[in-house]
Structure formats: structure tokens, C-alpha cells
Design a protein around this ligand. Sequence first.
Ligand code: ADP
Length: 496
Amino acid sequence: MIEVRCPADGRLVGRVPSTSPEQVRAAVARLREAQPEWERIGPGGRAAWLRTLRDWLLDNDRHLADVLQSETGKPRAEAAFEVPVMCDIINFYAKNAARFLADEHPRPHGPLGAPKRLTTTHRPYPVVGVITPWNFPLAIPAMDAVPALLAGAAVALKPSEITPLTAVTLARGWTEIGAPPVFTVLTGAGATGAAVVDEADFVQFTGSTGTGRAIATRAAQRLVPYSLELGGKDPAIVLADADLDRAVNGIVWGGLFNSGQACVSIERVYVEAAVHDEFVAKLVARIGRLRQGGDDGSYRYDIGAMATPAQRDLVRRHVTEAIDAGATAVTGGRPGEEGLFFEPTVLVDVDHSMACVREETFGPTLPVIKVADADEAIRLANDSTYGLSASVWTGDPRRGERLARELDVGAVNVNDAYSNLFSFTLPHGGWKNSGLGARFGGAQGLRKYTRRTAITAPRLPTANSEITWYPYGPVRSRLLGRLLRVLTARGARRWR
Ligand code: ADP
């Protein structure tokens, strides 16, 4: 059994079994058995079940927030946020599934395809393995399991061993509404996840870059496809013409939401010299008004605990090393006395040799770097092994959009943080070490869980043979060669 503890005060909040590889194999076999009927009922039938689940989520939102808060130590406002996010995802994909999965009939492009009716169909991978991290125990499973289920796949969800209780509650909801047995939660640590990779037909992973690489290697051995959403070191660029109050408010939220434990958390801030000092002063003042505290079910706190001791220690190391190398913590800089808290921290006088700027911190830190101009900010922002997302803060949104094209990242928010994640018609995927593939992106977010079949059929009555078939012979083959030449050549010289 795995014990689950509340990071805010260390109390035991639940126990879940550690699922063995044999049990994973048996569970996936059961999913495989149930999946064909799930595929057969079509997008409309599946959407009806997901809408019933949405209603169950809303009817149980308080309980879900309690469970989620108890295992993460998040502030109540953030714990309560994940149910509506899941409902929004269900609504979007339930509404559009039939359209996104409909057959397509591409036009033939040339002479050989011209007499054919062409069709592309989308059929699901039978079993999708969804492996998730601890930072958003409901929202991340929702982002991937909902489209996979609506695509017609059965889903084996392997939640993080640190926060498995919300996923177990979700699985209970799926059973309670009487839905077909095509969704199961397999609790356990890395070995259980590895067993899921060994059994699934498609693997969707969210987590650290190291584990993502291990999963990719394992999936490659089996030749099963995978999609990875990994770490980030998201830069924020503040230009001198920005509305500084909005930039400060947005960067404080984008950097400290969930104690900075989000892949898309702002982890580096580049500020044009002209406004640097004013920005830092406002940033420190704004952070000074935040309330940090534990899990009491109220909406009193803005910032909660770190999820694990290892995570708190990593943040402490990044901050201590930076200070030892000449940086200054203008606010924060220390772990809390009890529970797994770490003070929201602003570091100045940092540079690109420091771990707090180069490595993923995943904590409530905001290193701020003074830059001469936008060009220097872009150059430094791109000087990273990560490329998940970025934000640009400017008084001229069109200029922000132009600069977005120079950033080597999967998403850029102008004058906002996180907002691309709530636009399901946009793809969410990282460049470089931040991932491979993407989630969402409108139709692609569903179709990634499907395999395509290309079908050709005659448009007109057919003869008993085709000119391209046997037998070959000088007259027919030359004639065919000429015909193809005329059809494929461009310009009089080559037609001749
Ligand atoms: P973190 O360091 O953020 O906890 P990980 O990337 O290690 O993140 O974990 C994310 C998810 O991947 C968790 O559900 C974890 O149990 C799972 N996991 C860890 N190691 C493996 C592995 N080798 N194969 C499959 N899943 C794994």
C-alpha cells in the first residue's frame, strides 16, 4: 500500500494499493474487451456518458476539492478550480467529437487518383495509457483522458503515487454513473507506470523530462506511439511600454500559482532596464500582500505548500546557490518552519550561469534579470534547453505577437500567463526538452488517439483491367508513359 500525506501538515489522508505489473496486464485486458462496444456506440453515445460524468463532477465538486486539497496542500481556490476545468474540457470535446472524428473525403490530386473516391477514417487506439504527475490531480488526467475516451479508446490512468486519491475518486464516479468499464485507475509508482507503457497502445505522459525520456525509450521498443508533455523554464519578458501593474499581477500569479509547481509556471523574468527597478519594487510589494497557509477548506490563502520534501529541497538549493553566487533575495528565500512551505521568493542580480535560471525549479521563485532591450530578452529567453511557453508584457499587443514568433517555445501569451492552456482549439505542446507531440489543438486533440485508414473506391463502373496493370508491352507502356508525361510536365519544352 502507498500512504498519502497532506503536505501542509503531514497527516495521513489515504492509502492506495501499489498495482503490480500482472495486475496492470489483467486490467488492460479487461479494458481491451470492453473497448469495441465503446467504439461502436459512436461519438454521440460516448458524449452522453461524458456529460453524465460532468454532472456527477458538479454534484460532487466539494468532495473532490476536499480530496484534492488534502493530498496536494493547495489553497482552496486552486483546488476548487479543477472540477470546472474538467467540465469545460468535457463540454468542448463532447460537442465536437462527432465532427472531429467524421470521415473526410480529400480531393484526388492527380491522374491516378482521379477516378477514385477517397476517404480517411479515424479509429481509436484500443487502450490509451495516461500517466500523470502530482501537480494537478484532476485537471491533467482530464486534459488527456477525456479526449481519449471520446475518441473511442479505453483509458488506463496511472496517477502520481503522491496524489492518487483524486483519480481514485474520479474512477468511483465513473462506476457510480454506470458507465461502461472503459476507464480504470491503476495506482502505484514508477513500476506501475512502466507496466502501463508495456501494455497500452498509445501512451500519453505528463511529468519530468527524465521520466519522459525513459517512457519514450520503452514505447519505442514496442513501436507504440506516445506524446510527452514535460518540464519547462518559462520566461516572461517585460517591455518598457508595458502596463507594469498588470505585468506584476500577472507574473506573480503565473509564477506562484500552485506554488510554482506547474510546467507552464513563469520561472524567469527579463525586464527592460528602463523599468527594471520600478518592476521589482512593485513585484515585492505585491508578493508581500499574498497569504500563505495550509489546508483548512477556506478561501483565505493564496499560496499553499510544496508537494514533497524533495521539491522543497530543490527550491532551497536553487535559492541558496544563487545567493552564494552573488544574487539577492529581495523577498522570501526560506522554507517555512512547519509543513512543506517555501516563501515566495524574488531573486535579483541573477545570471545565466545559475541553476535557478537554467534548471527547472518548480517552486515559488521569480528570478529577475535586467536586459537592455527586447532583442537581448529574446536571446536570453531562447538560451534554454526547455521550450514550453512564454509570456510577453507590452503596451502594444501587435508587437507582442511579432516577438512571439521569435521565441522558441510551443506557446506565447501576450499580457497574460497560462491562457493558451484554456483555449482547447490551440495545441499545447513543448519544443526542445519540453515535450514531443501536443494535447488539445481542436480536432487534433481527439485524432491523436486514433489511427487513420485510407480507403479508395471506384467512382465509376470499372473495366476488367486497368491500363497500369499487367501485361506490360511496348505500345501500351509507351502510350501510358506519354500520357503521364503530358499530365505531369509543366511547360511546352517538356511536354514535347
Ligand atoms: P515528478 O518528478 O514530477 O514526480 P515523474 O516524471 O517522475 O514526475 O512522474 C510523473 C509520473 O510518471 C508519475 O505518475 C510517476 O509514477 C510516473 N513514472 C515514474 N517513473 C516512471 C517510469 N519509469 N515509467 C512510467 N511511469 C513512470
